[in-house]
Ligand binder design. Structure first.
Ligand SMILES: Nc1ncnc2c1ncn2[C@@H]1O[C@H](COP(=O)(O)OP(=O)(O)O)[C@@H](O)[C@H]1O
Ligand SMILES: [Mg+2]
Length: 1106
């Protein structure tokens, strides 16, 4: 038997809108059969190279035709759907006619283009429909009277290791059984519907039926379609009359759209205590193991066990993978840098798959023989049944119950086998039989017409059309709205609603649509108010619907309302409403900023995408918590990079986390996104079991995805910046620490002091003028956490501070102080850098130490009063305790923490300035002393040379030029401005530079001016005055260079309108007034301005605010 390797193709899709918005970089290149992938982290390194049977470039280089299909541009290597079919599908077809089994897999992460290649969208038909179409076209060319064809179609889905028949309305609880044919060794799905089809359009309708069934299931049962495998099977038989009777050539074509390959560990579920329980995609990992084992076998390794039995999918595809089948794998690749890891994973997977060798044989045998064998087999089975099943040897340790159970199981197997054989017999026996069956099936297929969406009705009638996160399942369910009332609710309501929805948070009678003269109104029924949303806003009373409105019922049923008879729409909406659009809107109403594109950092865009992805899941988990009365509430929490503790130098991004709160005692847990996803899956599973009637009271708390052991909770964190260390100055402050929302939770008193090795204070003059003077020398500093205060009573059980310095592997912890809200930590520790490097200095200049304050949580006995409430009531009470509008603003202010950090930054700066000022003052005193000495000397002893030396020694000792300070101040203003820009919401709400710091800076500068006036010449004084004024402009956000340039050009006067940031509309007047000083001008609109020179040049206002 000839061995044949699995054919492997890879295909890269175009960027999607999100990737374009994010200005993604392309990491894939193709050259002939070669595919290369570049690591975006190391763009100059050579790419990793892979070679496949086909490398399809579908990223760019195409023109769209009128019908939406694509053609390659002249000279481009673009691969269209047609080309992919011609290479892959045609081969499948030819093999089928020869009587080989064929299999086609699509592998890749969610959104990479699996369904596009397999099924296709709109006019861009994928391999499956085109192959079916061509199959019937080829069949039609047959003019051999001795040959006839039989085609059967089936479609199933594997989700969570359960098989669902997509062509059947009632699937048994727990799914269909997968059984093994003892004789052939092959696995099959018991009772799977195989529909005879007589034309391509029948297949098309059946596929629509299957897709609808997937959509309904994914919406009702809260299943994620990307976690399901869809298997379309076409059995193609050719019955040929020969002189010796009939022979049958049979080909089974398995067309498999696999679940998304994204690995759970890439999202961080690895840390979850329940990660083993959530076998998120057992079938997919089993497939990986099977492929690896088969690849090893093909490479000549001996004694490899191929673990087909590990999952449903691998059982069903046993033949396709390691046996009698010609197999093709198409691996779908995402082109963008952000998907690099997953895409590389896909390429490696494909690379392994191409090593597999299969032995396909032509399935052809005389029909008589087939029938005879089946009959014989049946007889044998029947006899076995009658004799009470197979003989089971009783093994040691087996109880009589075990024996009985095994016997029953065996019996069931035999019965199933008998039935399957019987069905096969019937199929095989007569032509007439087939024709009857086909006719019956066609009748049924035909009746599906009523269900499938009707293009002409959509033009003239009002309807709802569904949205799903999987684009393949969007627009699949249509509900036409008749005149009068249309009720929406659960199937078990009396009378049955016109539109039946199932699943979470759907009330019996949920809402009613009323249509009068083409005007439709939606009214929520009692209790469903917040569970019905129009355009993201909870519906409180009757509301008129407008064309393209987005309706959400319960937690998953999302629809677009379309009114072709009255198509004026409210706002400027996109042409096509997508799932993402509707989710964004819901997120916005909940208070999450969702600006797009321009001005947002990549980090923010990614965080936003994750929020949009996770929000509907959180709503769903909350709904399940209510339904199962779990007394837990879930909330999305964004933690800005600045609020996260990190080792110095390690990259930090805004992270999307979920907070679980125990509504009985207020304890909270923060779950990383991956952990939450994992739990959500387990929670869905638990809910499904609840729906199936399982007894959940037997679930132990260790198995319960809603349960977590209590852990210390992070109350808040505070950053201490370290610039003072680079001047060998100490820093001491009472700093506020804030929670992830930027809300103040208390303060701690921190000292950071440069010191000697043993922690003793440095001598007075250890001060350095320039940080680089420290290079190469040893350096010691002491961190002291003195005491603090926590505001919330519930943290009085125990408080502890943890921090990490520079690149320390572990945290330094203070002692745990119990039973107080005002802990005295009295902690100190000396840190040593044996030789200061540039990086150390950078750490001092730009780094910080994050002090994290933890509170002990205890599993306290809940207040018995609370136990009386349902989870729904508890959640309402919990939400009620926070004023909603404030909560909404606060959500947006996750960057507020950066502002808080800036404040701490500012404090350090001001402190530094003060220190430097003190030094200057000391210098001044010294100079005055020298002068006094000089004065005091008798005229004859006055020697100019030593006097000059003394003065210049003092004068040059400092090196603290105003410029340095200006630079520092400018730096921090830049920071401040950046953090303001980060917040894409009302600026006036943000904290600007605190007044006291500005005052301090101002005071210092005035002091400095007085000093320099006294000391220096008139010319110099003018210069320094300009510098002062420039500083006040910096406070308004101007760039130093711009101001200098403008001043130079214009005789020392800065016209405000000439500089970039002159229109600080948001800067409140009150703040500007802190600069009230000589030389200011009150402008027309009341804003306070003054010239850079501090003087009016010609007696009038030199600077007018525009
Ligand atoms: N080769 C391609 N050309 C154009 N668009 C594509 C291509 N592949 C995928 N897409 C688009 O990308 C999106 C995700 O593709 P889909 O096939 O649904 O992904 P998957 O099934 O892998 O989750 C869809 O909107 C689809 O239209
Ligand atoms: Mg898909």
């Amino acid at each position: 038997m000839p061995l044949e390797a699995v054919k492997v193709a890879v295909r890269v899709r175009p960027f999607n809108q999100r990737e374009i918005d994010r200005q993604s970089k392309l990491v894939i290149k193709m050259d002939g059969k070669m595919t290369m992938i570049y690591n975006p982290e190391t763009p100059n390194e050579d790419p990793k190279k892979f070679s496949f049977d086909y490398s399809y470039w579908s990223h760019d280089g195409f023109d769209a035709r009128g019908d939406g299909t694509t053609d390659p541009k002249p000279g481009s290597n673009y691969a269209s759907q047609r080309m992919v079919f011609e290479n892959l599908g045609q081969g499948v077809l030819n093999n089928a006619f020869e009587g080989y089994n064929c299999s086609l897999f699509a592998y890749g992460q969610t959104g990479s283009g699996k369904s596009y290649s397999m099924i296709g969208y709109g006019a861009n038909k994928g391999i499956v429909p085109t192959t079916c179409d061509e199959l019937f076209k080829t069949m039609a060319t047959n003019d051999d009277p001795n040959k006839r064809y039989e085609v059967m179609f089936s479609m199933l889905e594997i989700y969570n290791e359960q098989v669902r028949d997509l062509l059947s309305k009632d699937n048994p609880k727990g799914g269909l059984n997968v059984r093994q044919n003892p004789k052939l060794g092959m696995f099959y799905v018991e009772g799977l519907k195989k529909v005879p089809v007589g034309s391509y359009s029948e297949i098309e309708k059946r596929m629509e039926q299957g897709t609808q069934s997937r959509t309904v299931a994914s919406t009702n049962m809260n299943a994620t379609s990307s976690r399901a495998h869809t298997v379309v099977t076409i059995i193609f038989d050719q019955i040929i009359k020969t002189d010796n009777g009939e022979t049958k050539k049979s080909s089974t074509m398995n067309l498999v759209d696999l679940a998304g390959s994204e690995r759970a560990d890439s999202t961080g579920a690895t840390g979850d205590r329940l990660k083993e329980g959530a076998n998120i995609n057992k079938s997919l990992s089993a497939l990986g193991n099977v492929i690896s084992a088969l690849a090893d076998l093909s490479m000549g390794k001996k004694k490899v066990m191929v673990p087909y039995r590990d999952s449903v999918l691998t059982k069903l595809l046993q033949n396709a993978l390691g046996g009698n089948s010609k197999t093709i794998m198409i691996a779908a690749l995402s082109p963008a840098d952000i998907n690099y890891d997953e895409t590389l994973g896909t390429l490696r997977y494909a690379d392994r798959a191409k090593k597999i060798q299969n032995k396909a044989v032509i399935n052809e045998s005389p029909l008589d023989k087939l029938i005879r064998e089946l009959k014989e087999e049946n007889e044998k089975l029947k006899r076995a049944m009658e004799s009470g099943g197979m003989v089971i040897k009783q093994e040691a340790g087996m109880s009589s119950e075990d024996l009985e159970r095994m016997r029953k199981q065996m019996e069931e197997e035999i019965r199933a086998q008998l039935m399957a054989n019987q069905a096969m017999l019937e199929e095989s026996e007569t032509t007439q039989n087939w024709d009857q069956k086909l006719a019956a099936a066609q009748k049924e297929t035909h009746s599906l017409d009523k269900d499938v969406s009707d293009a002409t009705r959509k033009k003239n009638e009002i309807y709802l059309i569904n949205l799903n996160e999987d684009p393949m399942l969007s627009g699949v369910i249509v509900h036409f709205i008749k005149d009068g009332e249309t009720s929406i609710g659960r199937k078990d309501a009396q009378p049955m609603p016109d539109i039946c929805l199932n699943g979470l948070s759907i009330q019996k009678v949920h809402a009613v649509l009323t249509c009068k003269k083409n005007v439709v109104e939606l009214e929520p029924m009692s209790g469903s108010g917040p569970k019905t949303k129009v355009n993201g806003v909870p519906l409180t009373s009757k509301k008129k619907l407008t064309h393209k409105d987005r309706l959400l019922f319960g937690s998953n049923h999302l629809y677009v309302f379309l009114n072709p008879k009255n198509p004026e729409k409210s706002e400027d909406l996109p042409d096509e409403i997508t799932w993402e659009f509707a989710q964004k809107e819901i997120a916005q109403v909940k208070g999450f900023a969702t600006a797009t594109g321009a001005g947002m950092s990549k980090d923010q865009l990614i965080a936003q995408e994750q929020v949009l992805e996770i929000l509907p899941m959180v709503s769903e988990v909350n709904a399940i918590s209510e339904e199962l009365n779990k007394q837990k509430s879930f909330d999305v929490v964004l933690i800005s990079a600045a609020a996260q503790e990190n080792t110095y130098g390690a990259a930090n991004n805004t992270t999307v986390t979920v907070k679980m709160k125990n509504l009985l005692n207020g304890n909270t847990w923060l779950w990383e996104r991956g952990k939450f996803m994992n739990r959500r899956y387990l929670i869905q599973d638990m809910y499904q079991r609840f729906l199936d009637g399982d007894d959940l009271s037997k679930v132990t708390k260790e198995q319960d995805p809603f349960w977590e052991p209590t852990e210390d909770t992070l109350i808040g964190s505070a950053n201490v910046f370290l610039q003072s260390l680079s001047y060998a100055l100490d820093f001491e402050d009472k700093i506020m620490f804030t929670d992830y929302k930027g809300q103040e939770e208390g303060y701690i008193v921190i000292h950071v002091t440069p010191c000697q090795k043993d922690g003793k204070a440095l001598e007075e003059d250890a001060f350095v003028d320039e940080p680089h003077e420290l290079l190469g020398k040893p350096y010691h500093f002491k961190v002291t956490v003195k005491n603090g205060e926590v505001y919330k009573q519930r943290f009085s059980k125990g408080i502890q501070v943890k921090y990490r310095v520079y690149k320390d592997d572990s945290f330094t912890e203070t002692k745990l102080v119990k039973n107080t809200l005002k802990p005295e930590f009295k902690h100190n520790k000396v840190f040593t850098f044996s030789k200061i490097t540039k990086e150390h200095l950078e750490f001092f200049e730009g780094g910080c130490i994050t002090f994290m304050v933890y509170g002990t949580q205890e599993d306290t006995v809940p207040d018995p009063k609370l136990l009386k409430f349902t989870t729904r009531e508890l959640r309402q009470m919990d939400q009620g305790s926070v004023p909603t509008s404030a909560a909404v603003t606060r959500r947006n202010t996750h960057f507020a923490l950066e502002t808080a950090s800036d404040q701490s930054h500012l404090k350090t700066e001001v402190l530094l300035l003060q220190r430097k000022y003190e030094r200057l003052a000391a210098k001044e005193r010294r100079m005055q002393d020298i002068c006094k000495e000089w004065d005091a000397k008798p005229e004859g002893e006055k020697q100019y040379e030593p006097f000059y030396r003394a003065v210049s020694a003092v004068a040059h000792s400092s090196g603290t030029r105003l410029k340095t300070r200006v630079h520092l101040l400018n730096q921090m203003l830049k920071l401040q401005r950046k953090s303001n820009e980060n917040m894409n919401f009302d600026r006036s709400k943000t904290t600007m530079i605190p007044e006291e710091h500005i005052m301090k800076a101002e005071k210092y500068l005035q002091e400095k001016r007085r000093q320099s006036n006294a000391e220096e010449s008139q010319k110099h004084s003018k210069k320094s005055q300009t510098d002062d004024d420039l500083i006040s402009l910096f406070v308004f956000g101007e760039e130093e260079d711009d101001l200098h340039n403008e001043a130079e050009r214009n005789g020392g006067v800065v016209h405000y309108e000439r500089v970039k940031h002159h229109h600080h509309k948001d800067l409140p007047l009150a703040r500007s007034q802190s600069f009230v000083n000589q030389g200011q001008v009150q402008s027309k609109n009341g804003r306070v301005v003054r010239s850079a020179e501090g003087q009016r040049k010609d007696g009038s206002s030199a600077c007018v605010l525009q």
